[in-house]
Design a protein around this ligand. Structure first.
Ligand code: AP5
Length: 218
């Protein structure tokens, strides 16, 4: 089964994905994490992707689908519970994805969870986010439940936490602008296909996790 996590930056898609992976063995595919790993390499593509991510813009659709497919094809799409976190992000990407599923996996169950959160809360969450550069796990500097046990090291692997380059206010504003222009139209696109489920994520991470888990099961 495919669960597409749709939502603006900072709505908690990665945080819920981490919990579903840890507690319920969901497979978590995040195009953002894939690209952040690519930027660690010493190649021309890594340099190009690094510049795009820093500015908060989108990587081109062809490269994005190529890197997604490399990971997606490792799984059994009919048996595994798969989360697509951050993909698709525009109508063209959605068409490419649905066309691929239609061609290779005719009866695949697909649902889209739309994470809904006011923009003021998004900005507060993103400016206080720290991530583990090794495993990608997100933390929050202030909220007790999302703070690391030891300041500022990853609970899972002990790596020193960092702020993401694109969590500076200028990049956040750019990402929100791109979300509104390119990604938001997907709400209507998936509603028209009757596969979109809205979830109000202005709640504690535990509550959000429970709500999303319940929707993923239906
Ligand atoms: P990506 O990594 O996907 O970034 P994003 O969509 O901007 O999403 P975020 O990771 O910022 O937010 P999130 O919803 O996962 O929030 P989180 O759980 O961390 O993409 C990065 C870049 O890669 C893009 O800008 C683009 O350049 C490129 N890219 C990726 N996919 C692409 C695609 N398909 N096409 C083209 N380019 C692509 O939570 C945020 C904060 O809130 C954390 O601090 C967390 O601790 C806290 N928090 C979470 N839940 C709660 C809660 N319930 N209460 C309080 N705080 C909470």
């Amino acid at each position: 089964m495919i669960n597409i996590f749709l939502g603006a930056p900072g709505t908690g898609k990665g945080t819920v994905s981490y919990l579903l992976k840890k507690n319920c063995n969901y497979k978590h595919l995040s195009t953002g994490n894939i690209f952040r790993n690519i930027t660690k390499r010493n190649t021309q593509i890594a340099k190009k992707v690094r510049d795009i991510l820093k500015k908060g813009e989108l990587v081109d659709d062809q490269l994005t689908f190529k890197v997604l497919l490399e990971d997606l094809e490792k799984y059994n799409l009919k048996k595994d519970n798969i989360i697509l976190d951050g993909y698709p992000r525009n109508i063209n990407q959605a068409e490419i994805l649905l066309e691929y599923f239609n061609r290779h996996y005719k009866d695949l169950k697909i649902s889209v969870i739309n994470f809904k959160l006011p923009e003021s809360v998004i900005i507060e969450r993103l400016t206080n986010r720290l991530i583990c550069p090794k495993c990608g796990k997100s933390y929050h500097k202030i909220f007790f439940e999302l703070k690391p046990q030891k300041e500022w090291y990853c609970d899972d692997d002990g790596t020193k936490l960092i702020q993401r380059e694109d969590d500076k206010i200028k990049s956040i504003k750019k990402r929100l602008e791109i979300y509104n222009k390119e990604t938001k139209p997907l709400i209507k696109y998936f509603t028209n296909r009757d596969i979109l489920i809205n979830v109000d994520v202005n709640d504690s991470s535990e509550e959000v996790y429970k709500k999303v888990f319940e929707k993923c099961q239906n």
